[in-house]
Design a protein around this ligand. Structure first.
Ligand SMILES: C[S@@+](CC[C@H](N)C(=O)[O-])C[C@H]1O[C@@H](n2cnc3c(N)ncnc32)[C@H](O)[C@@H]1O
Length: 221
């Protein structure tokens, strides 16, 4: 059975936890249009394992999962201290139990953890060796019965990949994103690194009405 899908009112309730007007509108638009949150919710549906969200931003995934009725603990981890402070304020305002947020750089270490691990839209900021190290460290934190759930743009020879690169450079030029992309992973890299870490890997397109070359990558233990 699929998990409950949050109503527009539930998504509005999450947006209204944001402090600033910008975060409020961004959150409402993002939660109602981005297919990745419902995809993660489907992947972990029915599991009581805790979840580590690497690059959690202001913690939208945690709130989305709570709105789907999923009550397992969620730990968010991000190197942007401002976002972590906002994530903590929003969780407190919502009154949810079991949400915690920690500041740190995923290139230099991850919290001790065992459960599901999620990495959404950050691998392109890392070098190839940093990507391999993060994937290996994340896979080591996947418990038996758990999943490593990743969304990433994939490097290939498609027109979608060229549009993805252009979009990320535009996001940097307009100050939407702090950093320009460094390197996009390719499909074989996930099979190689996560396979070596003992995970069974599947990849599926996550284009969701956009021209970008996004994929959902799931490694299961
Ligand atoms: C595109 S945003 C995605 C935010 C969040 N996952 C979401 O879906 O709303 C990427 C996030 O990764 C974080 N990030 C980028 N590099 C990081 C690093 N080296 N360590 C920890 N977080 C990082 C950024 O601060 C940002 O919040």
């Amino acid at each position: 059975m699929n998990p409950a899908v949050p109503s527009p009112d539930a998504l509005e309730a999450i947006s209204s936890l944001c402090q600033g007007r910008w975060d409020h509108y961004y959150t409402r638009a993002k939660l109602s249009s981005d297919p990745v949150y419902s995809a993660v919710s489907r992947e972990v549906h029915g599991s009581a394992l805790p979840l580590l969200d690497i690059g959690c931003g202001i913690g939208l995934l945690a709130h989305y999962l709570r709105a789907c009725g999923q009550n397992a603990p969620v730990t968010g981890f991000d190197y942007d201290a401002r976002k972590i402070a906002s994530a903590r304020q929003m969780a407190e305002k919502a009154g949810h139990h079991g949400l915690s947020f920690a500041a740190g750089d995923a290139r230099t270490g991850l919290p001790e953890f065992s459960g599901h691990v999620v990495i959404l839209d950050i691998l392109q900021f890392f070098t190839k060796s940093e990507q391999d190290a993060l994937l290996t460290a994340a896979a080591a934190r996947v418990a038996p019965g758990g999943k490593l759930i990743i969304r990433s743009g994939l490097q290939d020879d498609s027109w979608r990949f060229r549009v993805t690169v252009l979009g990320d450079y535009l996001a940097k030029a307009t100050f939407w994103m702090k950093a320009a992309p460094t390197r996009y992973p390719d499909a074989a890299q996930f099979q190689r690194v996560l396979g070596a870490a003992g995970l069974k890997v599947r990849l599926e397109p996550m284009w969701g009405g956009t021209p970008f070359n996004n994929y959902l990558i799931v490694g299961e233990r």
